[in-house]
Design a protein around this ligand. Structure first.
Ligand SMILES: [Fe+2]
Length: 328
């Protein structure tokens, strides 16, 4: 279902969809979703995890062999040779936005267990575009147009999702270029230097505070900082990292703001910031970027075109990955 195009960077593969993977999905997507969600299937941005997704998943794998086959190939590639896949020309561009959302949701369900971004309405399908927010509310990467430095998603939760899917509805005319970096390459680069090796060991055994964005905390109060304490490097995820949530965590928990931790972070930041090893790519409309969020980092440059529109779905490899669970 996917044809190899080229290696776009270290452990970053570019593929394109072969015609036909959607043939069986175009007609009956709405019916299959409606048989599980009822009328909500007509407004797919409201699809949540509040039904038994395992039954729907079984239906999807049985009813849509094109989607099942594409998801098998994607999973295999992201668990072996690549930490990120650029998938060109998905073939969704001619469909209306709701149908695009439905098919992306089904693809993600075939890949694993899509998770809600919004903790109140438990909305799984998330639009990434610049939004006007009420005065005083701090925006996130998915709501603003600023640069997003290389990071892994939901690093502030105990169990970050295994995969992140981004679909380009409309790219920015200017800026909004995707940045991708493989986590294994970061580990290898660190281990190659004596100080880097020390930093890797230190950041593997030391839990650091990642501040949870206010909108995802239990109390939802800007003045009450909640954090997840976890090491940057581990077996799973291989890497969790985002500079600003880490800085906010250190500010809220100054006892972790030690000279040793700062030195290790400084060494790591120099490795991550080395642009020679960052792959940049301008995604076109109808492209998909899929990352193994446990093994690769992604980001984007700033953009000014406020019509830029992406759809994001995160996918866990655990059926009941609780965002509230504590780390052992
Ligand atoms: Fe992200």
């Amino acid at each position: 279902m996917l044809a190899f195009v080229k290696d776009a960077g270290y452990r970053i593969g570019e593929f394109e969809f072969k015609a036909g993977w959607l043939t069986d999905a175009e007609k009956s997507t709405l019916d299959v979703l409606a048989s599980h969600y009822g009328d909500v299937a007509r407004t797919p941005e409201k699809l949540s995890d509040e039904i038994d997704l395992s039954h729907l998943r079984a239906d999807v794998l049985r009813t849509f062999p094109g989607i099942a086959s594409a998801s098998e190939t994607i999973k295999d590639l992201l668990e072996t040779r690549y930490s990120a896949l650029i998938l060109k020309r998905s073939g969704l561009a001619g469909l209306d936005l709701d149908q695009q959302r439905r098919i992306l949701f089904l693809l993600c369900l075939a890949l694993g267990w899509p998770t809600p971004t919004d903790r109140v309405n438990r909305q799984i399908i998330w639009d990434i575009k610049k939004r006007e927010l009420p005065a005083g509310q701090v925006s996130t990467f998915s709501e603003n147009a600023y640069e997003a430095k290389l990071h892994t998603d939901t690093q502030y939760f105990p169990n970050p999702e295994r995969y992140t899917l981004l679909y380009v509805v409309r790219p920015a005319d200017d800026g909004g270029v995707s940045l991708i970096r493989d986590g294994h390459h970061i580990v290898d680069s660190l281990k190659n230097g004596s100080q880097g090796d020390w930093a890797f060991q230190h950041l593997s055994r030391t839990k650091l505070p990642f501040r949870i964005p206010t909108s995802y905390t239990k109390e939802r109060r800007q003045d009450v900082a909640e954090a997840t304490f976890a090491p940057i490097f581990a077996d799973k995820p291989l890497i969790r990292y985002r500079k600003d949530t880490l800085e906010a965590g250190l500010k809220a928990h100054p006892e972790y703001d030690t000279a040793e931790n700062r030195l290790a972070l400084y060494i790591l930041e120099n490795v991550i910031g080395n642009q020679e090893f960052t792959t940049t790519c301008r995604l076109d409309a109808d492209d998909i970027l899929l990352t193994n969020n446990h093994e690769g980092l992604h980001g984007r440059t700033e953009f000014n075109d406020h019509a830029r529109h992406l759809i994001r779905i995160r996918i866990s490899d655990q059926r009941h990955a609780s965002q509230d669970a504590t780390l052992s």
